[in-house]
Write a protein that binds this ligand. Structure first.
Ligand SMILES: Cc1cc2nc3c(=O)[nH]c(=O)nc-3n(C[C@H](O)[C@H](O)[C@H](O)COP(=O)(O)OP(=O)(O)OC[C@H]3O[C@@H](n4cnc5c(N)ncnc54)[C@H](O)[C@@H]3O)c2cc1C
Length: 420
């Protein structure tokens, strides 16, 4: 039986960040990761020369923890154009931040997506969202995002055409029941920074975090079977037992319950299905996100990652990413693909006949639900056992930033308890 100071179960972003803070403070830790690589929900596959993220994801460059932890330059970040193209009544209309792209002011002002009053409200909300310290977000009264948008006076038409597909793609739910705390964070981040991806795909982020840890601090293909909080023993599949002073469970809520032999809870996650296609020509010419503002059809959002990061596709090819909300049921993948292609044909014409399907990712547990009263900051990583901690995006803003913040706060709690 070996005994590192801290055992961390899970090598996703939260576990990696926790290990990194512990390492910086001279506390040794061992990450036990079930799969063959670190990254958890942030992985990238190389398929026929295309880099496919396992589900469309972006890094918001204004994320405060990410700014402190990541070397953006080494990630070779590529950025999306601020704003989006909205499909509405058979056309694409831009909705672009006129402060950042003054040349697009006229097209945005004349776009039928929103009333003039909605556009003014959007500008006002943007200014308001960037005011004050970011921590204030977590002390404001909480409600659902939909209620907030209504109380800001946005018209139902604008909410349906823009906010539902835009925020639906971020929250992975179109009803906008997600807490205003996540909305405030996300809206502020979009307003004050860029939506970016590393040139080699999102997995470069966890890889960079892992590269700063000693190699003996990570064990891959090490699936934990059980945790005994009474003795601080972690048992791996295969029977090996590891004893540690502190145990951090940096995995999803479902896995935490499973490892502690607690009652399984009904699914607390939102799912998504992401389809990738290749083609000889991109269906649009701008590195922008297309939102489905028509309220029908399977596509929520579509983009061409190779226009943002040419490295994601072989020379002369375009990579197309389509996100559909919800996880696709077994056996429905082929019919979803046909429905997506039919909708894309309606949008872009017969050129879609040239698209070649690369891969579909169905991710049932993509994001933890983050409805109001979900956040429990402060004591959030502690459990009733002094030596056992929980960590992960499900305790925070259900995002990359939330996972990083959770990793840091858990490390601080562990360090404080080791010192006491
Ligand atoms: C499709 C999709 C789109 C997203 N889009 C965005 C976005 O645009 N912007 C954003 O900020 N966030 C986005 N997110 C969310 C972000 O990816 C997550 O919040 C973050 O990666 C969660 O990290 P985590 O470490 O908390 O959990 P995870 O990444 O789930 O890590 C948990 C780790 O624990 C391991 N594990 C599980 N069971 C065991 C076991 N028994 N033993 C050992 N190890 C185990 C898993 O293999 C995994 O590596 C998206 C997520 C998905 C899936």
């Amino acid at each position: 039986m070996s005994s590192p100071q801290v055992v961390i179960i899970g090598g996703g972003v939260a576990g990696l960040v926790c290990a990194r803070h512990l390492h910086e403070q001279g506390v040794s830790s061992l990450i036990l990761e079930a799969s063959e690589a670190v990254g958890g929900r942030i992985r990238t596959d190389l398929v026929d020369g295309f880099s496919l993220d396992r589900g469309f994801q972006i890094l918001l460059t204004a994320y405060p923890e990410a700014r402190k932890l990541l070397d953006f330059e080494a990630l070779n970040l590529r950025t999306y154009e601020p704003g989006s193209l909205i499909r509405y009544r058979g056309e694409f209309y831009p909705l672009v931040d006129p402060v950042r792209r003054p040349g697009k002011l006229l097209s945005t002002l004349t776009s039928p997506i929103a009333t003039f009053a909605d556009k003014l409200r959007l500008a006002r909300l943007k200014i308001k969202s960037c005011r004050g310290p970011i921590q204030d977000i977590y002390s404001r009264p909480e409600t659902s995002t939909l209620q907030r948008l209504r109380s800001e006076g946005f018209s139902e038409g604008f909410i349906d055409r823009f906010f539902r597909p835009f925020l639906g793609g971020v929250f992975l739910e179109p009803d906008l029941t997600t807490s205003t705390r996540k909305f405030d964070l996300v809206f502020r981040m979009f307003s004050s920074g860029n939506a970016a991806v590393p040139a080699k795909g999102m997995e470069a982020i966890p890889r960079q975090l892992a590269s700063e840890l000693p190699c003996e601090a990570i064990r891959l293909n090490a699936r934990v079977k059980r945790v005994d909080p009474a003795t601080n023993t972690v048992e791996l599949v295969g029977g090996e037992k590891i004893l540690a002073s502190r145990v951090v469970m940096a995995c999803t809520e479902g896995v935490v319950n499973e490892l502690l032999d607690l009652q399984p809870e009904p699914s607390q996650s939102h799912g998504v299905t992401c389809l990738y296609f290749s083609s000889d020509a991109a269906p649009i010419d701008q590195p922008m996100l297309i939102l489905n503002g028509e309220g029908s059809g399977p596509i929520n959002n579509l983009c061409v990652p190779s226009l943002v990061a040419p490295e994601t596709a072989p020379a002369g090819k375009a990579l197309i990413s389509v996100s559909c909300l919800g996880a696709t049921e077994d056996g429905r993948e082929e019919s979803l693909r046909q429905e997506v292609l039919a909708q894309a044909r309606d949008w872009f014409g017969n050129t879609v006949d040239q698209w070649r399907h690369l891969r579909t990712y169905t991710i049932p547990q993509a994001l933890p639900k983050a409805n109001p009263a979900f956040f429990n900051r402060g004591e959030f990583s502690k459990t009733r056992f002094d030596e056992l901690y929980i960590c992960g995006d499900h305790l925070e803003t259900a995002s990359l930033e939330g996972a990083m913040l959770s990793g840091r706060i858990t490390a601080q709690n562990v360090i404080a308890s080791l010192a006491s």
